[in-house]
Design a protein around this ligand. Structure first.
Ligand code: 5GP
Length: 139
């Protein structure tokens, strides 16, 4: 599938849509999912245009997984999460709904199911507080 330069994450990267940013460097951006499957659910994306895993330039992929590792550690600390799930979906049949490659970082707790994929939007104030917790854990 050709990369759509107007997908939501491309627009977030261009600053056209706000996000609750937790981390940014030259190659990657991490921000909260607005329909979190669990509190602290964070998305990590490359700045390079890539629809999915197959099309991602290797350098962008390497930078994205490096950032994902850092974010996973910070989310674990910030939310005292005994488990962290990393998910990366390719193609609508796999559940991909935004066609700019990304990794999901999702806290998990024993015996607790995560919330629905692309479920209800979280409250902005709550998301802002959660983003601040993760940023503090990165320091
Ligand atoms: P996918 O289904 O492609 O693996 O994941 C896309 C994710 O993006 C979903 O978990 C969805 O909740 C999230 N999402 C959709 N629209 C927005 C948005 O405008 N802002 C943010 N921060 N997340 C979004």
């Amino acid at each position: 599938m050709a990369y759509d330069t107007d997908n939501i994450f491309a627009r977030i990267l261009r600053g056209e849509i706000p996000c609750h940013r937790v981390y940014e460097d030259a190659d990657t951006l991490a921000f909260l999912d607005i329909m979190p499957k669990a509190d602290g659910h964070t998305l990590v994306i490359p700045k390079a245009a890539a629809t999915d895993l197959y099309g991602a330039p290797p350098e962008a992929l390497a930078a994205t997984i490096r950032t994902t590792q850092r974010i996973a550690a910070a989310v674990r600390k910030a939310f005292d999460a005994p488990g962290i799930m990393i998910a990366q979906l390719n193609g609508a049949a796999a559940g991909q709904s935004v066609f700019h490659m990304h990794f999901h970082v999702i806290p998990r707790y024993a015996g607790e199911d995560f919330r629905m994929h692309v479920g209800p939007k979280a409250d902005n104030t709550v998301l802002a507080a959660h983003a601040a917790r993760i940023r503090a854990a990165l320091e």
